[in-house]
Design a protein around this ligand. Structure first.
Ligand code: 13P
Length: 248
């Protein structure tokens, strides 16, 4: 039994009929899939996808959560609201939110806290930009991003999932090599080990142009526990190929 975890991040894609078609096709092909799986969908589709996933082994996920529990925060969605729809995973601190919405490390850490308080597993994204990689700052950047989350969440830290997503590999078709991914995953693993005796519970996913062709060799790395999949999660055949690669 593989314990790898493959999560689709649909980002701002989909629609009522497209979601139904995609999930019908994925469900029809799940036969040989043995890994853990989830899909993180836009908030308006949580109710629809909750119904479509009922009785399947695919978990429901969201893409963001408020730092607040409730109150006068127009447009925000709380962790308890996500919980109402059976949400199991919530992506937190995706680079697109850090970049386009100026999400800070402190906010990311507070979002993780809200998710954990409602029994939702946060998928905490970390990753360096190309400028940072070229400057030799990769390790320092990802460690700082994860440290902020560890600092705020203490002994609960073993309940998170981490996703290493190099910004330069997201949506670019340029994937980290298996060796590049493994090197950063090993750094994150060591950091988690120092933070909690239960570090083995924490899955570290790779994300950034993971696709049907390159998933197997990335997933073969010792510290790559799964994948966070963008574009390839919107095509049933590709997502199924990745799920099968993770099931070996
Ligand atoms: P792509 O797989 O489209 O590069 O996106 C990766 C990602 O950002 C997943 O969260």
């Amino acid at each position: 039994m593989s314990h790898k975890l493959i999560v689709g991040n649909w980002k701002m894609n989909g629609g009522l009929s497209a979601n139904q078609t995609l999930l019908d096709e994925i469900k029809a092909g799940l036969g040989a899939v043995r890994c853990r799986a989830g899909v993180c969908v836009p908030h308006p589709y949580l109710a629809q996808v909750q119904l479509l996933l009922a009785g399947t082994p695919i978990a429901l996920g969201a893409q963001d959560v408020s730092i607040h529990a409730s109150g006068a925060y127009t447009g925000e969605v709380s962790a308890s609201m996500l919980r109402d729809f059976g949400v199991r995973y919530c992506i937190v601190g995706h680079s697109e939110r850090r970049q386009y919405h100026r999400e800070t490390e402190v906010e990311v850490a507070l979002k993780v806290k809200q998710a954990l308080a409602c029994g939702i597993t946060p998928i905490v994204c970390v990753g360096e930009t190309l400028v940072q990689r070229d400057a030799g700052e990769t390790e320092a950047v990802v460690k700082r991003q994860l440290a902020a989350v560890i600092h705020e969440n203490g002994h609960c830290i073993s309940e998170i999932v981490v996703a290493y997503e190099p910004v330069w590999a997201i949506g670019t078709g340029r994937t980290a090599t298996p060796e590049q991914a493994q090197a950063v995953h090993a750094v994150l693993r060591a950091q988690l080990k120092a933070a909690t005796p239960h570090h083995e519970r924490v899955a570290i996913l790779y994300g950034g142009s993971m696709n049907a062709a390159n998933a197997a060799e990335l997933l073969a790395q010792p510290d790559v526990d799964g994948g966070l999949i963008g574009g390839a999660a919107l095509k049933a055949a590709d997502f199924l190929t990745i799920l099968r690669a993770a099931s070996r």
